[in-house]
Design a protein around this ligand. Structure first.
Ligand code: PBG
Length: 329
């Protein structure tokens, strides 16, 4: 190509707002947005989360009403995260596969009231263990992969049985997708979707989430480097995605989002499968903090979401989903 000025004036196509619209290479609609929601046991009214302005922990009673509000703005899926009473946490994370636990009872109640809202639930033990790790530790404090798999399998089955539409393993154990898929098939949950957090990085951007689920002090100075991915790597992300697809994942996720747009693009280009991305708590917190200080205008929220679409993501989990949905109209 040998494009030259003035035959080519790239500004021509920018000379009217409608031209910008009809030539837009990517679009963002409410169908792209998924709202993460926190649910807490034993509270009467919603609780603020300091590092996530505008986001709350909802009570079991309040959750249905909030989900209806989410549906009213056109959002079709939510990701539910439980905040578990410390008295219910143990080293085996057993509460995770109690069919009457907080998340299962909420899934069941929401499905009964609003069956069309898609419910995504995490498979990982961190809400249920006193140390806040996603699996079970051996004597030396290392997360034991194969022992953890057994627990994760039971957790996944419990969630499917409660009526979750989409099971999202976020634990990063090797082999979990295959074990969970076999279990779901064996128990006739043929249409339960597995959305694998396939490329999940060991990231400091999860800080506000850990405050939200009140596990920050549990995880303390320890970290998840022995199972979540190193931020140095991208080939490894493709390897993770390939393994998870071979094991039966229906869709994959990259997380965090904005600092890992290269990974989203690489995954989408190589595999052409439904690719989700998670604009995580720290990304939202950063933007919100700057907006609150009036250092940035609130339009940055939506602008940040376009970057996900350009990178090729099919949908975005973001704390800004409700707000963005209202703005997108
Ligand atoms: C737990 C989980 C985490 C997030 C989603 N599921 C935190 C972690 O791995 O420690 C983070 C989401 C966010 O920061 O918004 N398995």
């Amino acid at each position: 190509m040998n494009r030259k000025y003035p035959e080519t004036r790239l500004r021509r196509l920018r000379s009217h707002p409608s031209l910008l619209k009809i030539t837009a290479e990517t679009t963002l609609t409410v169908d792209d947005l998924i709202q993460p929601i926190f649910i807490k046991e034993g509270i009467k009214s919603q609780e603020k989360i300091d590092s996530l302005p505008g986001i709350f922990r909802y009570s079991k009673e309040g959750i249905i009403e909030y989900c209806k509000k989410i549906m009213d703005v056109g959002i079709k899926a939510v990701a539910l995260f439980p905040v578990i009473d410390p008295s219910k946490k143990d080293l085996d994370g057993k509460e995770a596969f109690n069919r009457k636990n907080l998340i299962c009872t909420c899934v069941q109640a929401i499905k009964k009231e609003i069956p069309d809202l898609l419910l995504i639930v995490d498979v990982a033990l961190d809400p249920y263990t006193p140390h806040g790790h996603d699996g079970i530790l051996n004597e030396s404090g290392y997360v034991d992969n194969d022992v953890s798999l057994e627990a994760l399998k039971k957790q996944a089955l419990t969630l499917a049985d409660a009526g979750a539409d989409i099971i999202a393993p976020s634990d990063m154990m090797d082999g979990r997708i295959g074990i969970i898929r076999n279990e779901l098939e064996a128990k006739s949950f043929f249409n339960t979707i597995i959305l694998s957090y396939a490329a999940k990085y060991s990231s400091k951007f999860y800080g506000p989430f850990r405050e939200a689920v009140q596990s920050s002090s549990n995880i303390g100075k320890s970290n998840k480097d022995s199972y979540q991915m190193s931020p140095h790597n991208i080939d490894e992300a493709l390897h993770e995605v390939e393994m998870d697809l071979n094991e039966g994942a229906d869709a994959v996720m990259v997380k965090p989002g904005m600092p890992y747009l290269d990974v989203i693009k690489a995954v989408k280009e190589k595999f052409r499968v439904p690719t989700f991305a998670y604009q995580v708590s720290g990304e939202y917190a950063m933007l919100k903090a700057a907006i609150e200080k009036k250092w940035l205008q609130e339009e940055v929220l939506i602008e940040s979401l376009y970057s996900f679409k350009r990178a090729g993501t099919d949908c975005i989990l973001t704390y800004a989903a409700e707000e963005a949905a209202k703005k997108l109209g």
